[in-house]
Ligand binder design. Structure first.
Ligand code: SF4
Length: 300
């Protein structure tokens, strides 16, 4: 396995804090979800965007310090988008002295052929990309596929699924592919987009934009992102609280009979775990506005 020659840039104070926070949160996510194990070969999907560059750097750092041995291989899919600078990633990865593999598949032509002009192409494009990456992982003998989605992607997906799909579903930090053969991990699951953006700027990554294909960014996702950013400004701590809620699910207080057996619910003499309380313990000191106080009281 090649030893990476690249190290983090010498950061200023704030930059150093962000770097440490990202590193700590990646370590925590890996540990909490048992993402990487002894002997794993992790295929790191590198699109050329800020998230995947950051993920690769943080995983390289973990590889140097972790008490287990695992290997990394960076993989980029050249989708033959017009103007894709196909020299950028090979040059960057060669300098880094990281094992890498470039897959070339013209999904751009397929997408253009199948989707009528003016319609959004991202969902077919992502499905094709995902299929190719799974196939590549099998060919390379990779035991894990690492994707660069972060906390804010996960929250946006949660709201997208609720608003447009009628499902309480997000992007999990770890999941098995539809065919059951691949294990997908998201080591940036606890990291914020703001930290990643800051870090990527400090590192001066050679960013390749995703929209070379000319497609519009998913409009619904854009609207949700804006909504979350707006909440974050008006109600500090709300985003953190919502992300915490994703890790703290109480099936007996939702309404899905598939995950909680409401039909056979019975009273009992002993205290009932997750039974209804007169008042849920709420951090009443934290609401930032009177409106918040009112909504908490109404929840009880
Ligand atoms: S912006 Fe273009 S390359 Fe990116 S996912 Fe959408 S269709 Fe694919």
């Amino acid at each position: 396995m090649n030893q990476p020659s690249h190290n983090f840039a010498t950061p200023k104070n704030d930059d150093s804090k962000i770097q440490k926070r990202l590193s700590r949160l990646v370590g925590k996510a890996i540990a909490d979800f048992n993402m990487i194990e002894q002997g794993d070969k992790v295929m790191v999907c590198l699109s050329g965007g800020k998230d995947s560059y950051t993920m690769l750097d943080l995983l390289l750092q973990k590889q140097r310090t972790a008490p287990i041995d695992f290997t990394l291989i960076a993989v980029n899919l050249d989708q033959k988008q017009p103007g894709f600078p196909d020299h950028v990633l090979p040059e960057y990865l060669s300098k880094l002295n990281v094992d890498f593999h470039i897959v070339t598949e013209d999904t751009y032509s397929i997408v253009k052929d199948k989707i009528p002009e003016g319609k959004t192409t991202c969902s077919l494009c992502s499905r094709l990309r995902r299929g190719i990456l799974y196939k590549t992982a099998t060919q390379l003998g990779a035991t894990k596929i690492a994707l660069g989605h972060h906390r804010d992607d996960m929250l946006e997906t949660l709201f997208l699924n609720m608003f447009y799909g009628g499902r309480l579903k997000s992007m999990p930090p770890k999941l098995v592919s539809d065919d059951g053969k691949q294990m997908v991990i998201r080591p940036l699951a606890y990291c914020t987009e703001a930290d990643i953006s800051h870090f990527a700027q400090v590192m001066e990554y050679p960013i390749i934009p995703c929209n070379l294909c000319g497609s519009q960014e998913n409009l619904q996702r854009k609207v949700i992102k804006q909504m979350l950013q707006d909440w974050s400004t008006r109600f500090p701590g709300r985003i953190e609280s919502m992300f915490k809620a994703m890790q703290n699910v109480v099936p007996s207080h939702l309404a899905d009979p598939q995950i909680f057996d409401f039909k056979h619910l019975e009273t009992q003499e002993a205290p009932f775990k997750d039974g209804d309380l007169g008042f849920d313990p709420m951090p009443l000191e934290s609401p930032t506005t009177d409106l918040d106080k009112v909504s908490i009281i109404n929840l009880n």
